[in-house]
Write a protein that binds this ligand. Structure first.
Ligand code: MG
Length: 160
């Protein structure tokens, strides 16, 4: 089975009155991320990594942020839709590794729940999905608390 890798990167601004949703899990936080959808920056990076590995473009082509259908969209539903598209093409996901970059809150208490939620949406065992978290060490837009970013790498293989 030949394998292919894809990368994903995303960032969103923090805003008062928004929820902070990462990997489909709502994280208690004073501020959340702003965006057309639920602004789940981690899930968006994972989606782009999967689309990249499958050679299927990017999240903006599949779910335009100008389309009212995706206003406040549940990004985990978008992820499930991408996983289904890969499945229809005979493409199996091997593993996903991701890093969330944000200054606060701390993600450690939520990491297992995020991992399990992403794995569930992709039909993978938890150990095929890894979620890491780091800060900006006070530097740049992450360090100043202006926003959060996420990056992901996915490996896929063709069935049969
Ligand atoms: Mg995004």
């Amino acid at each position: 089975m030949s394998s292919r890798a894809g990368i994903g990167w995303d960032s969103h601004r923090f805003e008062e009155g928004r929820r902070l949703v990462l990997g489909g899990i709502e994280i208690p936080s004073e501020r959340g991320l702003a965006g057309h959808s639920d602004a789940d920056v981690l899930t968006h990076a994972v989606i782009d990594a999967l689309l990249g590995a499958a050679g299927l473009g990017d999240i903006g082509q599949h779910f335009p942020d100008t389309d009212p259908r995706y206003k406040d969209a549940d990004s985990m539903q978008l992820l499930r839709s991408v996983v289904a598209q890969l499945g229809e093409r005979g493409i199996a996901i091997v593993n996903v590794d991701a890093t969330v970059v944000l200054e606060r809150p701390k993600l450690a208490p939520h990491r297992d729940a995020i991992r399990a939620a992403l794995a569930g949406a992709m039909g993978l065992p938890d150990d095929a999905v890894n979620v890491k978290a780091t800060t900006g060490e006070g530097m740049g837009f992450v360090g100043r608390g202006e926003g959060a970013a996420a990056m992901a790498v996915a490996t896929v293989g063709r069935r049969g």
